[in-house]
Design a protein around this ligand. Structure first.
Ligand SMILES: [Zn+2]
Length: 280
C-alpha cells in the first residue's frame, strides 16, 4: 500500500512504497550494530558508513511528497556498513555471514517490487543510489558506470565508441521524451542531471561546467546497485549514483533541508523533461 513501510523479518532493511516513478536507495547510511551479527572482516571490505545519508534520503522523500503529493519509493539499509554493505554482491555484502543472505535478497526484491509498481503505472522510472564521499573536491559525483578516463573523452569519441550503451541510463539515452537530449547530452548537456543541479547552485561532475574529473582527482562512477538495477540490461529503471560531499549538503538538518529542496527541483525537472512525468 502506498505510504506504508515494510521491513524484512529482522527489520534490517525497510521499504516505503511510493507512487512516483522515482526510487531512492540509501545503502550505506545505517547505524544499527546488533551484537548478534559479526563484523565484516573480508580483506577488501569497506566498513566506513556514509554519514547522514539515511537522514538525507528521508528529507528528499519528504520534500518530494510536500511538493507533489506523490511519494518516491524508498529503500533503506538500517544496518551499519560494518555489518552489511547494501551496495555489493551477496558474498561481500554479508562478509560471508549466511544469516544475512535473506536480508540481502529481501532488499533487492524490494527494489524489484518498486520497479514493478513503476511499470504498472505506465512509465519508465529513475533510481537514485544515495551515497557520501570524502574526496577533496566538494561536489556531487554522479555515477553512470563510465570511468573518469572515459568521461574525459570528448563527446564525438563517446558517441563513436557507443559509450551510452554501457551506462546505467542506457535506455533513457535512446528513449528520453526530449529527443534533443538523447545520447551523450544526458551526461553533461544542458538538461543533464548535472546541469539541473548546477543551475540550482549545487556543484556536480559530470556537468556542462565540470564535464569530467581531472587526472588525479578521485571519483566514484557507480556500483553494484546502479549496475544491477539500472537500464544497462534494458530494464525499466534508469539508475544514477549520487555521491555527496559533506559540508553544505548533509552535515546537519538545516543544510540537508536546503539541499533536499534543490535536489527535488532538479529531479522534478529531470522527470518532466525525460520521462514526461507527471504528464498533462
Ligand atoms: Zn556509499
Amino acid at each position: 500500500m502506498v505510504g506504508q513501510t515494510y521491513t524484512d523479518k529482522a527489520a534490517y532493511v525497510e521499504y516505503l512504497v511510493g507512487d512516483a516513478p522515482l526510487v531512492l536507495v540509501a545503502p550505506h547510511g545505517g547505524a544499527l550494530t546488533p551484537a548478534t551479527l559479526p563484523d565484516r572482516t573480508c580483506s577488501a571490505c569497506v566498513t566506513v558508513a556514509d554519514a547522514n545519508t539515511q537522514e538525507l534520503t528521508r528529507a528528499v522523500a519528504d520534500t518530494f511528497f510536500a511538493r507533489t503529493g506523490k511519494r518516491p519509493h524508498i529503500v533503506i539499509n538500517r544496518l551499519h556498513r560494518r555489518k552489511f554493505d547494501a551496495n555489493r554482491d551477496v558474498t561481500e555484502a554479508t562478509g560471508g555471514n549466511r544469516g544475512l543472505d535473506t536480508t540481502w535478497l529481501w532488499m533487492h526484491a524490494a527494489i524489484d517490487s518498486a520497479r514493478s509498481r513503476v511499470v504498472r503505472s505506465g512509465t519508465r522510472g529513475l533510481l537514485i543510489d544515495m551515497h557520501g564521499h570524502g574526496h577533496d573536491v566538494p561536489r556531487l559525483e554522479l555515477g553512470y558506470l563510465l570511468s573518469a578516463a572515459t568521461l574525459r573523452q570528448d563527446n564525438a569519441t563517446l558517441v563513436a565508441s557507443g559509450a551510452m550503451a554501457r551506462t546505467s541510463i542506457a535506455q533513457l539515452a535512446t528513449s528520453s521524451r526530449s529527443t534533443a537530449d538523447r545520447g551523450v547530452a544526458l551526461l553533461r548537456g544542458p538538461n543533464s542531471l548535472g546541469a539541473l543541479l548546477v543551475a540550482r547552485g549545487v556543484p556536480a561532475v559530470p556537468s556542462p561546467t565540470d564535464p569530467a574529473p581531472l587526472v588525479g582527482e578521485e571519483y566514484f562512477n557507480g556500483g553494484y546497485n546502479t549496475e544491477r538495477h539500472g537500464s544497462l540490461d534494458g530494464a525499466a529503471l534508469d539508475a544514477i549514483q549520487i555521491e555527496h560531499h559533506f559540508t553544505g549538503v548533509r552535515d546537519n538538518a538545516t543544510t540537508r533541508g536546503v539541499y533536499a529542496r534543490s535536489l527535488v527541483q532538479a529531479l522534478l525537472a529531470y522527470l518532466a523533461l525525460h520521462y514526461g512525468w507527471p504528464g498533462t
